[in-house]
Design a protein around this ligand. Structure first.
Ligand SMILES: Nc1ncnc2c1ncn2[C@@H]1O[C@H](COP(=O)(O)OP(=O)(O)OP(=O)(O)O)[C@@H](O)[C@H]1O
Length: 249
């Protein structure tokens, strides 16, 4: 589905501040894969995700989506099929708007999946039903301002909003880094449920090795702008949790 070939990224090329962030990445991601990427600080994880999202252009190499070359396609043109959840819960939603208005905006952004947008009761009911599946009791607060919610509540809603539209790929860039353990768990479980239910292709960056062990069907370790390890489903299933911790010792 996503094919990354010979991707290099150098920031500030030719300057004293030059950084070779990616050094020849080759990666094939199949439809429905949930790939988890771990790696030490500065190993190039976010750069790789930004290149897939189109917010950073590679210095060289190609990105294909379903056999279409999207290397130079700007990020706003990728948003029809690609959703992102960032570390900062404030990034994904409009604080001043209510929950229902945020969902309306998300639905307007692309072609909704059989949703009739607008002020219709039908739309509000669909949003309520979806929110109820989170088990956070937010379905009765759809007129409450997004800015009044906790970080975990916002992240969970951001995840839901991303699947209100036609997105096929979801990029999760340390979505729980700013959350307390309980909220982080809810967000990770919500992400897992959504990925499975909507058969999304997902890529998660995390520094939480327990999450890296628990979630996803493929595990990649990055180091110095390269893929150091790439475990498929069978290899990941055989991996012991302590072995994963040893990668970083
Ligand atoms: N916009 C930029 N300009 C210059 N250098 C950058 C830029 N973005 C990232 N870098 C550098 O590229 C390298 C890879 O950064 P990147 O953010 O991709 O790593 P990461 O693995 O996501 O790190 P972390 O785990 O700390 O988030 C780092 O040395 C970083 O300082």
């Amino acid at each position: 589905m996503i094919k990354i070939s010979e991707v290099y990224k150098t920031y500030n090329e030719g300057q004293v501040s030059e950084v070779k962030a990616l050094n020849g990445i080759n990666l094939n991601i199949a439809e429905g894969d949930y790939t988890v990427i771990v790696g030490s600080n500065g190993s190039g994880k976010s750069t790789l995700l930004n290149i897939i999202a189109g917010s950073v252009l590679p210095t060289s190499g190609t990105i294909m989506l379903d056999n279409e070359n999207i290397t130079k396609l700007p990020d706003h043109q990728r948003s029809k099929w690609l959703a992102r959840v960032f570390q900062n819960p404030l990034s994904g939603t409009a604080s001043g708007l209510s929950i229902i208005d945020n969902f309306r905006l998300a639905a307007i952004r692309t072609q909704p999946k059989g949703l009739k947008i607008g002020i219709s009761d039908h739309f509000a009911q669909q949003v309520k039903d979806k929110i109820a599946t989170l088990g956070l009791g937010l379905e009765d607060k759809i007129n409450q301002q997004m800015g009044t919610l906790s970080g975990g509540q916002r992240q969970a809603l951001t995840l839901l909003m991303s699947v209100m539209d036609s997105c096929k790929v979801i990029l999760l860039d340390e979505p729980t880094a700013a959350l307390d353990p309980r909220s982080a768990n809810i967000v990770m479980q919500t992400a897992d449920k959504i990925v499975k239910e909507f058969n999304l292709t997902a890529i998660l960056i995390t520094h939480n090795l327990k999450d890296a062990y628990t979630y996803g069907n493929r595990l990649i370790q990055m180091g110095e702008g390269q893929l150091m390890r790439d475990l498929n489903t069978a290899e990941k299933e055989k991996l012991q949790q302590n072995q994963l911790f040893e990668w970083f010792s």
